[in-house]
Design a protein around this ligand. Structure first.
Ligand SMILES: [Mg+2]
Length: 171
């Protein structure tokens, strides 16, 4: 199935595989990052230490904003703990929250990479506003029932597209 708007520009195992040099050379100056199952495993609700360290590295080089469809207190707590601005109740894939997050970062959407674990929220929304889109594998199998259902459709769309974690020497 070839549907450009729900196909990511990159497909990686996790945020840890994102290469800052490659992003910068693509003209990317900011990251809009999903929380649930991208940085925050749904089964623990705690951001793993490796991701906290990664995030510190990213915020030193890029503008970073979280965009989450979630509205629970926990996502606000996590964003506050990490010192990253959050646009919650985002209603992804609608473009509004991505546009707002871009404004928070002082960037145009095309200067931003949208990073998330879902095609129909993160990737579709990011593509709609003209951002670079990076799909990562979900951190846990636990998710909302409708998300688990959509994962079957995602698997069809992603057929033939494999995780591409970049080679160290490719930069
Ligand atoms: Mg997610």
């Amino acid at each position: 199935m070839r549907i450009p708007l729900v196909r990511p520009d990159r497909y990686l195992t996790s945020v840890l595989a994102i290469e800052p040099h490659a992003l910068a050379s693509d003209g990317i100056a900011g990251l809009i990052i999903d929380l649930d199952n991208t940085l925050l495993p749904r089964d623990t609700s705690v951001v793993p230490d490796a991701f906290v360290a990664w995030l510190a590295e990213m915020t030193a080089r890029f503008g970073v904003c979280f965009v989450s469809n979630n509205w629970h207190e926990r996502v606000h707590e996590v964003a506050a703990e990490l010192g990253v601005p959050l646009v919650a109740r985002a209603v992804k894939p609608l473009p509004f929250a991505f546009l707002r997050a871009s404004r928070v970062l002082g960037l145009k959407p095309r200067q931003v990479a949208v990073v998330g674990d879902q095609l129909f929220t993160d990737v579709l929304g990011g593509n709609l506003v003209g951002a670079l889109t990076i799909l990562v594998e979900p951190l846990s199998r636990t998710d909302l029932p409708h998300t688990l259902l959509l994962r079957k459709v995602e698997a069809r769309i992603m057929r033939g597209m494999t995780v591409e974690d970049r080679r160290e020497d490719g930069l």
